[in-house]
Design a protein around this ligand. Structure first.
Ligand code: ARG
Length: 561
């Protein structure tokens, strides 16, 4: 079934000097399908054969056993292979429909992949940046599963640090329990902002904030109680967003979880003689990695973000025995993760090589950067709700009779935002304009969802027949393009994992949708003739693969919209 392999094998028989693997690596897929389905460039043979590549190609084309091909032809320095399209297509459809998990593989051998993702900060709104981490992380987890790994999704909540001391001091001064309960994050942010403003005039506040944090670290009951209350209220709001996106986590062990696990890290670093004092603080030198020193303990003995990450890394290795430990965190923390890896490496943990920072770029809105300080925070919930409304409006126009309109609008609206985020290469930056994102045409999630719904509607019109998988040849003009794309899916899933890149899946879903819509526009699928069964099998296959691809992206595939 692997046609590239069949081509390579056929070449190998005619050219015993080359290993099959080397041939495989050289085989190309011509851009222009009139040049064949696969092409073998003969340049590699020029030296051995002492002949011009054109001559080699001409000779080779006559030597290759043509049984498995429609034809094999020389064109300049290339040997072009034309497949028996109908046979190939039938084979592909059979493969798709006889395997629900078509496209998945078992390469990962059930190894554990921890994925640090989302990880918003308590008492602050979840930003578009956290959205990126959430949806990219979720999709990478699904991609890992599709490649035979077992993902573990960890929300490393930002629930510890000096800012909590400030927040407590602010709450004690101006806070109201009712206000916080009614609108937790906005209220806490308001206190925090006021604290900073007043601290400019009144430096006592900073001391007070520090004192509260110290109380918290020392386990003072009042401080602990406030802390868990702020945490709980914030988490409730985050959960609303995770529920909207239908994203689940395996662990919410945030920074605070490592409070009792940092001594061990400090001990290990001390034992290895890696910690030394610098202006009262304890640091690890990372000069040989071309990095700044990593501060592990402050002058007052307090630990830092990286100290908690060191403890978390060790805990994850022990608890999950990962084969890879991924961190889906914005590119601005690159330096932090380089330091984290370097310190672990210095400490002698060979598995530090399995730690991978998966950075991503910035989202801008109307060309402007988003930041908390400048007040241009975009509330994620608002974005999702706006997107759902836009989706609902379009459904209203296109399909006013649709049952479950609200559910579908939710699936299309949230799916649009998620898809848009994932179709962009994660390391790039992109601008966000909701109107473009929710359109039913163009490079959007709704377009893919709509294509799938259309495929489902064809099947419904045909009466959802039980398909016969024995004869699936179709000789319609244009069907080939779609079949070839279906055949590629397994490789696409592998590539997405190799590059840790959900956009590979999203772009593929768009390409498959376009190819199918083109075919659909030019042929009469529902004509009652001998190939009706095969055409419906094609429709079913497209729907199955699109649904699977959307599922990997964390986007729902409504059957009607
Ligand atoms: N809470 C951090 C932030 O919002 C992200 C945490 C990322 N994960 C980690 N293990 N450092 O910037």
């Amino acid at each position: 079934m692997d046609y590239k392999q069949i081509v390579a094998d056929a070449i190998a028989v005619a050219v015993p000097d080359l290993a099959v693997a080397d041939i495989l690596a050289k085989i190309e897929v011509p851009k222009d399908s009139s040049m064949g389905d696969f092409a073998f460039p003969t340049f590699v043979l020029a030296k051995v054969k002492r002949m011009a590549p054109q001559q080699i190609a001409a000779e080779l084309a006559t030597q290759i056993d043509q049984t498995n091909f429609k034809s094999v032809q020389a064109a300049g320095p290339y040997v072009n292979f034309f497949l028996n399209q109908a046979d190939f297509g039938a084979d592909v459809l059979h493969n798709v429909l006889s395997n629900n998990a078509y496209g998945s593989n078992a390469d990962g051998e059930a190894g554990h992949i921890t994925i640090d993702m989302s990880s918003p900060n308590i008492a602050k709104p979840m930003s578009m940046g956290h959205l990126r981490s959430t949806v990219i992380g979720n999709s990478i987890a699904n991609i890992a599963s599709a490649n035979g790994y077992q993902p573990v999704k960890i929300n490393h909540l930002g629930d510890w640090g000096t800012q909590f001391g400030k927040l407590m001091s602010a709450y004690k001064r101006w806070g109201s329990k009712e206000e916080v309960t009614n609108d937790p994050i906005n209220t806490l942010v308001k206190y925090y902002v006021r604290f900073h403003e007043e601290a400019k005039e009144n430096p006592e506040l900073d001391d007070e904030g520090r004192a509260w944090f110290k109380k918290l670290e020392d386990g003072d009951p009042e401080a602990r109680e406030l802390w868990s209350w702020f945490r709980e209220e914030s988490l409730k709001e985050f959960m609303e967003i995770y529920d909207m996106l239908d994203i689940k986590f395996d662990s919410f062990a945030g920074e605070a979880f490592y409070n009792d696990k940092m001594d061990e890290i400090v001990d290990i670093l001390t034992e290895k003689d890696l910690l030394h004092e610098s202006k009262g603080a304890m640091v690890v030198d990372l000069e040989k990695y071309n990095l700044n020193v990593a501060m592990i303990q402050r002058t007052d003995g307090a630990t830092l973000y990286i100290t908690r990450d060191l403890a978390a890394a060790l805990f994850r290795k022990r608890n999950y025995d990962f084969v890879k430990s991924l961190y889906v965190v914005g590119g601005e923390q690159r330096n932090h993760f380089m330091q984290l890896k370097a310190v672990l490496k210095e400490a002698g943990f060979a598995w530090s090589d399995d730690i991978e920072h998966i950075p991503f770029g910035l989202i801008t809105v109307g060309g402007k950067k988003l930041s908390t300080r400048s007040g241009r925070i975009i509330l994620l919930k608002d974005v999702l709700n706006d997107s759902i409304s836009l989706a609902a409006k379009q459904i209203e126009e296109k399909n006013p009779e649709l049952p479950n309109r609200d559910v579908v609008a939710h699936e299309v609206g949230t799916g649009a935002v998620v898809f848009h985020d994932l179709m962009n290469e994660r390391n790039g930056s992109f601008d966000f304009n909701l109107e473009d994102v929710v359109r039913f045409e163009g490079d959007t999630g709704p377009y893919v969802q709509y294509t799938n719904a259309r495929a489902q509607s064809i099947l419904r019109k045909a009466g959802m027949p039980e398909l016969d998988l024995t004869n699936l040849s179709i000789d319609d003009e244009g069907v080939w393009e779609t079949e070839k794309l279906l055949a590629d899916y397994g490789e696409v899933v592998r590539r997405a994992w190799r590059d840790r890149e959900p956009s590979v899946i999203a772009k593929y879903a768009l390409t498959l949708s376009r190819a199918f819509n083109k075919y659909y526009g030019n042929s009469k699928i529902l004509t009652e003739d001998a190939q009706l069964n095969a055409r419906l099998a094609l429709v079913q296959s497209v729907s199955q693969v699109l649904t699977n691809a959307l599922d990997i992206l964390g986007v729902k595939a409504p059957k009607e919209m």
